[in-house]
Design a protein around this ligand. Sequence first.
Ligand SMILES: O=C(CO)[C@@H](O)[C@H](O)COP(=O)(O)O
Length: 218
Amino acid sequence: MIKIAPSILSADFSKLGEEVKRLDKGGADIVHIDVMDGHFVPNITIGPLVVKAIRPYTRLPFDVHLMMDNPMEFVDAYVEAGADSITVHAEVLPHLHRAIHYIKGLGVKAAVALNPSTPLNVLEYVLGDVDMVLLMTVNPGFGGQKFITAMMDKIRKLADMRSTYGADFCIQVDGGIGLHNIRDVVKAGAEVIVAGSAVFGAQDIKGIIEAMRQEAKL
Ligand SMILES: O=C(CO)[C@@H](O)[C@H](O)COP(=O)(O)O
C-alpha cells in the first residue's frame, strides 16, 4: 500500500490550518512539511511556530523535511511543535549516523534525504538505521518543477540496495510527481509519494488523491 503525502508548500498559506483539514478530509495519509532556510535552498518557508499552529487541525502524521544547512539545531523545536518524522539531508551532515539516532531518541521517525545529484552510496552504512529514505526527484527549493527522469533509475537502485542489505526503510519520492508518472515511480519502488502542485492544483483534493491511488495500482 502506497502512502500519499501532500506537500503544503503548494497550499494557500493564508489559511494553512484549513488547508491541512482539507487534506485530512481528502484522504491523505501524511502531511509533508517543507522547511527551507534560504541557504541550503534558495527559498524560506515554515518555522516551528507555524507547525505548532497547524498541529490541532488534524491527527495525520506530520512529516517534516528540513532543507537546511544546520538541521540538528532545529530538530528539537520541530519535534516539540508536533512533528512525527524528521528528514535531514545527507549533504549537510558529516555525522549522519549520530543525527539519525539523535532524532530517533526524540521518539520520532528518522529519514535521510538525498538531492538528485547525490549518490546512493552515502547511505550504505546507515541503511539499517533509517526509517525512511527520501529521494528528491527535483532540485529542492520550489514546488511545480519537472520530475528529473534519471531519478527513476535511482529509485530502482535504492530498492535493490534495500534488498541486498536486508534493510526495511520506506522509500519516499518528492518532486514533479502526479497522475502522469505516479505509476512509474511506484513500479520503480517508491512507497511514500510526496505531491504538492498535483494535489493543491486540483479543485477536488479527495478526487485527485483517489485517482493517484488508483493510477498507482500495479
Ligand atoms: O521539497 C519540495 C521542493 O523542494 C517538494 O516537496 C515540492 O514542494 C513538491 O512539489 P511538487 O513538485 O509536487 O509541486
